[in-house]
Design a protein around this ligand. Structure first.
Ligand code: FMN
Length: 214
């Protein structure tokens, strides 16, 4: 298995797969990697549907702007997020857990400024979408990196033409949003690395700082 550093460097988006099934053990390894991801206040909003059935993959392809690799992948992980993790009840449920773990004290949690912050998130589904999406994307990327470490190819699919149709097709309940798909399989290609911005362009101030370099 690749190290994390090797997986990060070697990963490419793979859009062409061999017609070989992905073993259940590997699928479970990828789900386990997702399950272990970090999340704000340990909210764990990620939910998944594992799609390996040929007809379901074909239907998903149709709902993803006909991107062929969605059908050709050995497995499609449909990446979903449960907004209820950011409801008042969701935060309330985790309150004791955070205190038991010694991460926060009762006075920190009950602090008026912190409560206003929590109220702003919990007051409307629209304010829950940002944390739900951000935290779920971290878990989804764990799937991608574990796939690479296992010698599999993968590609994120944000291009879904009809999210509601995906929900209906897979029987995903209300309150759980479909964010994307991670298509995974045995790669049929070895794509070159796509370009990346140079470090100077993504650093908002130089590092090491010029004054540090003597
Ligand atoms: C959130 C997200 C959505 C994406 N959606 C698609 C997609 O619908 N179809 C596709 O072919 N690639 C998709 N990609 C893959 C990107 O095009 C790819 O990561 C980028 O071009 C860099 O190439 P690399 O992954 O090979 O380094 C998506 C990537 C991300 C992170």
């Amino acid at each position: 298995m690749l190290t994390v550093a090797e997986a990060v460097r070697q990963r490419r988006s793979i859009r062409s797969f061999k017609q070989i099934p992905v073993p259940d053990k590997m699928i479970l390894d990828m789900l386990e990697a997702a399950r272990l991801a970090p999340s704000g206040s340990n909210s764990q909003p990620w939910r998944f549907v594992v799609v390996t059935d040929a007809q379901e993959k074909k239907d998903l392809r149709r709902l993803c702007f006909n991107q062929a690799f969605v059908e050709d992948a050995g497995v499609d992980f449909v990446i979903c997020t449960d907004l209820s993790a950011y409801s008042k009840e969701g935060y309330q449920k985790r309150r004791q857990e955070s205190m038991d773990a010694g991460i926060v004290s009762a006075s920190e949690i009950d602090d008026a400024t912190y409560q206003r912050y929590i109220d702003s998130i919990t007051s409307a589904p629209t304010s829950q979408i940002t944390p739900a999406t951000a935290n779920t994307y971290i878990a989804a990327e764990h799937i991608v990196l574990m796939a690479t470490a296992l010698g599999l190819g993968s590609c994120w699919v944000g291009g879904i033409s009809d999210h509601k149709a995906v929900r209906d097709m897979l029987g995903i309940p209300r309150g759980i949003l479909v964010l994307g798909i991670i298509a995974v399989g045995y790669s049929d290609i070895e794509p070159k690395a796509r370009p990346r911005l140079p470090l100077e362009e993504i650093l908002l101030r130089p590092f090491p700082s010029p004054v540090d370099v003597t």
